[in-house]
Design a protein. Sequence first.
Length: 277
Amino acid sequence: MPTNDVLLEVKDLVKHFPVAKHRNQQEKAVVKAVDSVSFNVHKGEILGIVGESGSGKSTVAKLVMQLLEPDEGQILFHGNDIFKESRKERIETKKQVQMVFQDPYSSLNPRMTAKEIVTEALIIHKKIAKKEVDNKALELLEEVGLGKQHLNRYPHQFSGGQRQRLSIARALSLKPDLIVCDEAVSALDVSIQAQILDLLKQLQKTYGIAFIFIAHGLPAVKQISDRIAIMYKGKIVEMASSDEIFDAPKHTYTKKLIDAIPPSHPKYRKDRMVRED
Ligand SMILES: Nc1ncnc2c1ncn2[C@@H]1O[C@H](COP(=O)(O)OP(=O)(O)OP(=O)(O)O)[C@@H](O)[C@H]1O
Ligand SMILES: [Mg+2]
């Protein structure tokens, strides 16, 4: 792809966390949460990041979201180093990069209605007038498969899948170029997962939104991603197209991840059949 198609460039990113050191230890002990990670996300691309618990996925997400500062390395968004931007530029970047978390219960304010949740950012950034709020809220809810009947409901009045749709509608409100989904479907049943993945894919196609889609396991990531990065102990050990990762995994850890998929998983069965043909 030509370089001007690059939306996000992550270069040699390092983030270490100090850990309590043992009395006898001389050196400072650290967890190398992110240990020289580099990758690009192209405009409108879905990049999957897979790795076991503690491999550094959420730390990468938090760095991209500017919730953490890196020890070393750079993140360029539309070619600008996000950690060198002025306060005003940072606010603009933050609007263009949105996040969907695993647990919408803790990320959605329980005292706000769906209407308030999806229009909050628009009101804060003065993007809509008061009289437009109802229409805009409905438009956003419909975008994610919810409707008029949901406008005045509170988060606890939604099912898990619907709550995740609500989080996605909120993320969409400022028309971002990139949405980071950190384990966004991990807590949902496989059938509901598939519906949410379809929705994300549809948003990618319709609006050209790029996604970083993080998960523990390969099946969900394979279903949605154009490319997949495999993380292991703070490093990306392999990165390739979705098909290549499955058909010709190179790293031992990637092979382990593929072997860990239960044979009963529908995605796996289909892939096996294709391969055996
Ligand atoms: N704020 C912090 N302080 C200290 N250590 C941290 C902090 N955040 C993360 N870590 C450590 O960094 C490593 C990577 O954590 P991270 O949350 O990025 O992993 P992950 O791949 O998202 O894991 P999971 O799949 O369980 O969500 C872990 O060893 C974690 O304990
Ligand atoms: Mg995590």
